[in-house]
Ligand binder design. Structure first.
Ligand SMILES: Cc1cc2nc3c(=O)[nH]c(=O)nc-3n(C[C@H](O)[C@H](O)[C@H](O)COP(=O)(O)OP(=O)(O)OC[C@H]3O[C@@H](n4cnc5c(N)ncnc54)[C@H](O)[C@@H]3O)c2cc1C
Length: 450
C-alpha cells in the first residue's frame, strides 16, 4: 500500500466496532491507528452489555434463593453487599479493558489516547496534531439522552447506574425499551422498591407485541410497579416526580432510559462533507461508506441496529471490503437479540405484525407453560414461546421467547431461522427432554385466526 498517508486506516473510537475493524484490518496488512478518548471496549464493555449482565446475574440470585427453599434448602436470611458487587464488576471490566488494548497492540495497531476529530476526507486531528489516512473510520458509538423536562439534571442515565455509591430504596426507571426493563429488573432483584414508567401502551416497541405485553405482566407479578402511559413532566429537588397526568411520587433515584443519540457532534463531520440522517446518525451504504468515499462509519453512530455483535460484524465486513479484496455488505436480516429483563426474553426474525405486512398470511404457534423447575414451588412465572410461519412457504420467519436463558435458546434457533428452516423441519427435529427448549420443536397447534 502507498506511503502517501501516515496510515491506511485511522479509526476514531475503540469500542466494539472500532476495535474489531482495526484489528482485522491490521491482520490483513493495513497500517492502522485508533484513537480512544475513554476506555477501550467502549459502551458494551464499560457501561453496557457486560456490566449489565453481571448485575443481572446478581439480581437473579434473589429468585434462586426463593427456589432453593422449594428444593429443600434452608438458607438463613441473606445479606447483599452492593459495594462488593461493584468492586468485583470493576475488576472484571479493568481486565477486559486490558484485553481489548492488548488485542490492538498485538495486531500492530498504533494507539492514540484522546478525542479525535475530522479535518477533511483524509485528515484527523488528535491532541493538536494532524494525522493523515487513506481511509477514516468513525466508530464513536452513542450516548444516552434525557428528556427536556424541568429537573432532568437530577436524574441519572445507564452510564451512572453502573457506579452508584449506594443502592436507592425507591427507584423510578423511565422508558419502555430494553435498557429500561433490564435496569428495572436489576434494581428490583437487588431489593430496591422499583417503579417502571413508560409513556407508551406497551413495553418493548418494535418487538413482537406478545413479548411486551407478557413481560409487563411477569415483571408486575415479581413486584415491579409497571406504569404504562405515564411520563414524568417535572422532577424537583428531593426527587419528587410529577407525571403528566398530575400524579406524583417520591423516589431516591430516577433513571432515564429514554433513548440514545449517535455521537456525531463536534467531530468535524459536516465540514468534511459527511451527510447525517434526520436522527443525527452518519448515513452509510451497505458497505458502511459515508457520503465521502474515504470516510466510513460502523456501529451505533450509524443507528442501524445498535447491538455489539452487529457493530463487530460491520467492522469485520469493512476490513474485508477495504483491505481483503472482498467487498462485503453487512447482512442485517434475522439478527437475534436478547433482553436480560427478569424473566429474560429473546427473539429472532420478524414479529407477528411485521410478518403479516411482509407475507400477508402467517401461521402462528404459541405455547405458555410453567417450567419443570418451578413446578414444585409457588412461583407463577410462565415461559412463553411463539413461532411465526409464512403460510405460503411454511418457513419459520420469527421465533420469540420469554423465559429463563431465552438468549441461550434463541441463539440456536436463530441458525435454523437464518437457514430458512420450515415448520416441518422444526417438527422433524427431536426434542431434548426434559427442557423448556424442546417446546420449539413440539408446537403442533396453530393459534386461532383473530
Ligand atoms: C446499558 C446498555 C446495555 C447494553 N446491552 C447490550 C447487550 O446486552 N447486547 C448488545 O449486543 N448490545 C448491548 N448494548 C449496545 C452496545 O453496547 C452497543 O451497540 C455497542 O457498544 C456499539 O459499539 P460501537 O463500536 O458502535 O460504539 P461504542 O462501543 O460505544 O464505542 C465507541 C467508542 O468511541 C469512543 N469515542 C467517542 N468519541 C470519540 C472521539 N471523538 N475520539 C476518540 N474516541 C471517541 C468512546 O469513548 C467509545 O469507547 C447495550 C448498551 C447499553 C447502553
Amino acid at each position: 500500500m502507498s506511503d502517501t498517508f501516515d496510515y491506511d486506516l485511522f479509526t476514531i473510537g475503540g469500542g466494539s466496532g472500532g476495535v474489531r475493524a482495526s484489528r482485522v484490518s491490521a491482520n490483513l496488512g493495513a497500517r492502522v491507528a485508533v484513537a480512544e478518548s475513554g476506555r477501550f471496549g467502549g459502551t458494551c464493555v464499560n457501561v453496557g452489555c457486560i456490566p449489565k449482565k453481571l448485575f443481572s446475574y446478581a439480581a437473579h440470585v434473589r429468585d434462586e434463593l426463593k427456589d432453593a427453599a422449594d428444593f429443600g434448602w434452608d438458607i438463613p436470611e441473606p445479606a447483599f453487599d452492593w459495594k462488593r458487587l461493584l468492586a468485583n464488576k470493576d475488576r472484571e471490566i479493568d481486565r477486559l479493558n486490558g484485553v481489548y488494548e492488548r488485542i490492538l497492540v498485538n495486531a500492530g495497531v498504533t494507539i492514540f489516547r484522546g478525542k479525535a476529530s475530522l479535518k477533511g476526507g483524509h485528515e484527523v486531528e488528535i491532541n493538536g496534531k494532524t494525522v493523515t489516512a487513506r481511509h477514516i473510520l468513525v466508530a464513536t458509538g452513542s450516548w444516552p439522552q434525557k428528556p427536556a423536562i424541568p429537573g432532568a439534571e437530577l436524574a441519572i442515565t445507564s452510564n451512572e447506574a453502573f457506579h452508584l455509591d449506594k443502592l436507592p430504596q425507591r427507584a423510578l426507571v423511565v422508558g419502555g425499551g430494553y435498557i429500561a426493563v433490564e435496569f428495572a429488573s436489576i434494581f428490583h432483584g437487588l431489593g430496591v422498591d422499583t417503579t417502571l414508567a413508560y409513556r407508551g401502551t406497551r413495553l418493548l416497541r418494535g418487538f413482537d407485541a406478545d413479548l411486551g405485553t407478557r413481560l409487563a405482566e411477569e415483571m408486575a407479578r415479581k413486584g415491579v410497579s409497571v406504569l404504562l402511559q405515564k411520563n414524568p413532566s417535572k422532577i424537583e429537588q428531593g426527587l419528587k416526580v410529577t407525571f403528566d397526568d398530575g400524579a406524583s411520587g417520591q423516589f431516591d433515584l430516577v433513571m432515564f432510559a429514554t433513548g440514545r443519540v449517535p455521537n456525531t457532534a463536534k467531530l468535524g463531520l459536516e465540514a468534511a462533507g459527511v451527510k447525517l440522517g434526520a436522527d443525527g446518525a452518519i448515513a452509510v451504504d451497505n458497505y458502511s461508506k459515508s457520503s465521502v468515499d474515504s470516510i466510513h462509519a460502523i456501529g451505533d453512530v450509524t443507528n442501524r441496529m445498535n447491538l455489539t455483535p452487529v457493530a463487530t460484524s460491520e467492522g469485520m465486513a469493512l476490513a474485508k471490503t477495504l483491505f481483503g479484496g472482498a467487498p462485503t455488505p453487512v447482512d442485517h436480516d434475522n439478527v437475534p437479540t436478547a433482553v436480560f429483563a427478569h424473566p429474560n426474553l429473546a427473539t429472532v426474525g420478524l414479529p407477528e405484525h411485521r410478518a403479516r405486512e411482509r407475507y400477508g398470511k402467517v401461521d402462528i404457534y404459541k405455547a405458555s407453560f410453567r417450567s419443570l423447575k418451578h413446578s414444585m414451588g409457588t412461583r407463577e412465572e410462565k415461559i412463553f414461546m411463539k413461532l411465526v410461519v409464512d403460510a405460503a412457504s411454511q418457513k419459520v420467519v420469527g421465533a420469540h421467547m420469554i423465559g429463563p436463558e431465552a438468549g441461550e435458546i434463541i441463539q440456536g434457533i436463530a441458525i435454523a431461522v437464518k437457514l430458512g428452516a420450515t415448520k416441518a423441519q422444526f417438527d422433524a427435529t427431536i426434542g431434548i427432554h426434559p427442557t423448556a427448549a424442546e417446546e420449539f420443536v413440539t408446537m403442533r397447534e396453530k393459534a386461532p385466526e383473530l
